[in-house]
Write a protein that binds this ligand. Structure first.
Ligand SMILES: [Zn+2]
Length: 237
């Protein structure tokens, strides 16, 4: 994108993408325009390296999304709460997925006592509380492992908030809503299930332990995951 401004490039890239998708499947956009019925609510970090639909190999219409700095789930945050309520009560998603990730700048900032400035220190307060609650464990780790661990502990804390959410609790009881905590390794592109929340399965879940294939049915394609000798394999149908 040498001489071109990145915004100009992005817009022309959109034109090319829309043309390609429409050519591939003329019904794709007209169908999308009729409405949405995603089965997954994804709560993740705003980090540019964690675009949920892309890393899940899914399509527009498949994932309802809330992302913020360091994927903090706070019970008093009306933004997060509105996204949860709309997707769980009205869209009736089947899975709520909270995703932390490696190399998270927000998590790293919470490990330090250096002020980031502005509203960011306030925003990261819950993460600092997590850090303080696990100070001993974190201190025993090397820098890289500590960065991963604080992000994992942040997911655990967020899952507790999700499981205490009344809307989520009702949907679990009434229709078996599943809540998952997962971790995205930016260095490998792989998501692993942390087996939190309502339990097992879920995104890694996608690949079940007994080697059977699980299927995630998207609106526009079907992804089949198989648990092979070197992990899950994905095939679009
Ligand atoms: Zn992050």
């Amino acid at each position: 994108m040498a001489a071109e401004d990145v915004f100009t490039y992005a817009l022309s890239s959109n034109q090319a993408w829309a043309g390609y998708k429409g050519h591939q499947n003329p019904d794709f956009f007209p169908k999308l325009a009729l409405g949405q019925s995603p089965e997954i609510l994804w709560i993740g970090c705003s980090d540019s390296r964690c675009p949920e639909t892309t890393i899940l190999g899914l399509q527009p219409g498949d994932v309802f999304v809330h992302r913020n700095v360091a994927n903090v789930v706070s019970p008093t945050d009306i933004n997060t709460s509105a996204v949860i309520e709309y997707s769980v009560v009205h869209l009736k998603v089947k899975h709520v997925v909270l995703c932390g990730h490696s190399s998270c700048g927000g998590a790293a900032a919470a490990l330090s006592d250096v002020r980031v400035g502005g509203v960011l220190d306030t925003w990261l307060t819950p993460l600092k509380a997590v850090r303080n609650a696990h100070a001993e464990e974190l201190a025993a780790l090397g820098d890289k492992a500590r960065g991963v661990r604080i992000a994992e502990l942040n997911v655990e804390a967020g899952i507790q908030v999700l499981m205490a959410n009344a809307v989520v609790q009702d949907a679990i009881a009434e229709r078996g809503l599943q809540v998952h905590g997962v971790f995205f390794d930016i260095g490998t592109g792989r998501i692993r299930d942390m087996n939190l929340g309502t339990g097992k399965g879920g995104v890694k879940g996608a690949a079940s332990a007994n080697g059977d294939a699980d299927v995630v049915r998207g609106k526009h394609a079907m992804l089949v995951f198989r648990n092979g000798s070197d992990g899950a394999a994905m095939q679009a149908r």
